[in-house]
Each structure stands twice: as structure tokens, then as C-alpha cells.
Design a protein around this ligand. Structure first.
Ligand code: 13P
Length: 324
């Protein structure tokens, strides 16, 4: 199975009403964790690389090559996407490195400029058979070190117009989630009515939620019990994200919960075995914790677990490229 096209995976998710999890990877441990989780849960998944990961791994093209090679060893389907590119050049580099989908994030730009630049990316990418995700509206929180305090929710009419004018293949919308959480007492409310209105105007279109990790306090507690000093920031609950998937969201970006459990596993090991310095001993525990968290999301939030089994081996798009 291995690598499939974004169109095929989205087509399957649309037809079967579930969400594709998009998980950012940045190391051998994290890519293996996502692929093993998908394999264990018989779930499709999107292997993502961010600008931060690109800088961290250094050898970007080789990293993407490795994702391709490894994914081919698995019999569940994946595609490889570059997360948040703020420039057209960054999108082009991602495409050249072998990403099958790119996200151009013009959400910080004035509307008309976002339309123009997204359209430019879509024209360039489509010629090469590459899928383009765009964003309209603004999420609060950190995004590759840039902090945005205010949320700007997506306008349903503008979203439909934006899709028509840009030709983007998927659209990330702002309906209440945040990147990495914000200060507050409780889970953030998700604006389901707005989401319904967005979906109603473009049924069966692949809408995307970013900032969809939930920062459950129990995950922060676990880390802090091991000596962490993580602030109890809040985001939308897993129940809300699952509800958004039920309403038609087809791609869900969620990272920080995976990062939290990874760090907790390392801290726990260091506290329990200060005598051991073989990095493999703690990195394998961190990898397994990351993997279990991804499995949890696939089963409880995305409802993508087990979905691929019944259509295994079948074609999911026609020769004309329509979803079957
Ligand atoms: P979180 O910040 O909720 O992990 O979401 C990740 C994301 O949206 C990456 O694009």
C-alpha cells in the first residue's frame, strides 16, 4: 500500500466520513511512531513536515526521501505533506523535495493578497500534480515561533468564494482551535454552527482543522509529575474535535499532545534510571509513547482506525480523478 495520492486518501475519508490525521514528524523516532500507529490501527495517515522540522533535520530532501522509502514498507496508505509554508518559494522547495501536498499559509495576509498568492501556488503545484492546502481565518497561538494573540474566525461565504477563486484543494478554517493552546480555565469552545455553515456551502470539500491537539490536563499533569513545568494552556477538547470530524472536517493537524507524551517518557526514564546513558533506552520509550498517542487519536478522535481494511486494494479515484 505505502504511498498513495492525497486525492485518494481524501476521497476515501470523504466517502467514509472520517478524519485523516496529519502528524508532524521530525526524526527517525517520530516517523516510525506515526507509521507504526497507522499500521497497528489499520488507518490511513498524513506524514507531515514543518518548516521547523525542515530546519531541524537539515537534510530536507533526504528526509522526505526517507519518509517515502519507509512508508512503502507498510501496508496502510500515507501521503506526505509540507505544513505551513509562508512563502511561494518555500512551497516550491517542498515540491522539489518530493512532498505530494503543500500548505500555503497566507492567513496573515489581507484577503485579496491571500487569494492571489494561493492561486499562484495552486497553478504552479497543479501543473506538477501536487495538492494544495490553504488557510483562511487566523488561529491564536504559536506557529513556527510567531505568536498571534487574536483569533479571526473564517467567514463561511468568504471560504466558499476563496476556494472558487484560488482553486485550492483543501482549506484550513478557524472555528475555535488554537496552535499550542491559550491561557484559560476550561477547554475552548468550538464554533460548530460556523463550521456547519462552512461545510454546507461546499459539501464533500476537504476542510481542515489546525491546532487540533487538545492539551488534556492529565497529559500536562503526567509531565509535571516528572519534574516538568508545563503551563496548563487550553485548547478544544477531543470530544469537540471528534464532533467537528462528524460534521465534515477531513484533515486534522494535531502535534503538541504527541510532543507532550514524548517528553514525559524521557523525563520519567531520567528520573527512574539516572544511571543509564544509552540514548536508545529512552528514545524507544519516547517513540512508543508518541505512537500510542497517535493510535489514541486515530481511534477516539479521527475515527480513522480500521477504515482502510474493507477497501484494501480497491481503486479510490477514477481515471478522470473523481472520488469513487
Ligand atoms: P497543535 O498545535 O494543536 O498541535 O496543531 C498542530 C498544527 O496545526 C500544525 O499545523
Amino acid at each position: 500500500m505505502g504511498i498513495k495520492s492525497p486525492r485518494e486518501l481524501y476521497g476515501h475519508a470523504i466517502k467514509n466520513h472520517y478524519g485523516l490525521g496529519a502528524f508532524n514528524t521530525f526524526s527517525w523516532e517520530t516517523m516510525i511512531a506515526v507509521m507504526e500507529a497507522a499500521q497497528a490501527r489499520r488507518s490511513p495517515a498524513i506524514l507531515q513536515v514543518s518548516m521547523g522540522a525542515r530546519k531541524y533535520v537539515g537534510h530536507f530532501r533526504e528526509y522526505v526521501d526517507t519518509l517515502h522509502t519507509l512508508a512503502e514498507q507498510y501496508d496502510v496508505p500515507f501521503f506526505i505533506q509540507h505544513d505551513h509554508c509562508s512563502t511561494i518559494d518555500a512551497c516550491k522547495e517542498a515540491i522539489e523535495a518530493g512532498c505530494q501536498a503543500v500548505m500555503f499559509d497566507g492567513s496573515h495576509l489581507p484577503y485579496e493578497e491571500n487569494v492571489q498568492r494561493t492561486r499562484q501556488v495552486a497553478e504552479y503545484a497543479h501543473e506538477k500534480g501536487i495538492w494544495v492546502e490553504a488557510e483562511l481565518g487566523r488561529l491564536p497561538g504559536f506557529e513556527d515561533m510567531v505568536f498571534s494573540e487574536k483569533a479571526v474566525y473564517t467567514d463561511p461565504d468568504l471560504a466558499a468564494e476563496f476556494i472558487d477563486r484560488t482553486g485550492c484543494d483543501a482549506l484550513a478554517v478557524a472555528v475555535g482551535t488554537s496552535h499550542g493552546g491559550v491561557r484559560g480555565e476550561d477547554y475552548l469552545p468550538l464554533d460548530f454552527k460556523r463550521l456547519e455553515e462552512i461545510v454546507e456551502r461546499k459539501p464533500d470539500y476537504p476542510f481542515v482543522l489546525h491546532g487540533a491537539a487538545s492539551l488534556p490536563p492529565k497529559l500536562i499533569d503526567a509531565c509535571n509529575r516528572q519534574g516538568g513545568q508545563i503551563e496548563y494552556l487550553r485548547n478544544c477538547s477531543e470530544e469537540s474535535i471528534a464532533e467537528a470530524v462528524a460534521l465534515g472536517v477531513r484533515k486534522v493537524n494535531m502535534d503538541v499532545d504527541n510532543f507532550l507524551v514524548f517528553t514525559t517518557a524521557v523525563r520519567e526514564f531520567f528520573n527512574g534510571r539516572p544511571d543509564i546513558y544509552d540514548p536508545r533506552k529512552y528514545l524507544e520509550l519516547a517513540r512508543d509513547a508518541f505512537c500510542m498517542e497517535v493510535e489514541h487519536k486515530m481511534t477516539e478522535v479521527l475515527k480513522s482506525a480500521g477504515r482502510y481494511e474493507k477497501d484494501k486494494g480497491k481503486r479510490l479515484v477514477s481515471d478522470k480523478g473523481d472520488f469513487l
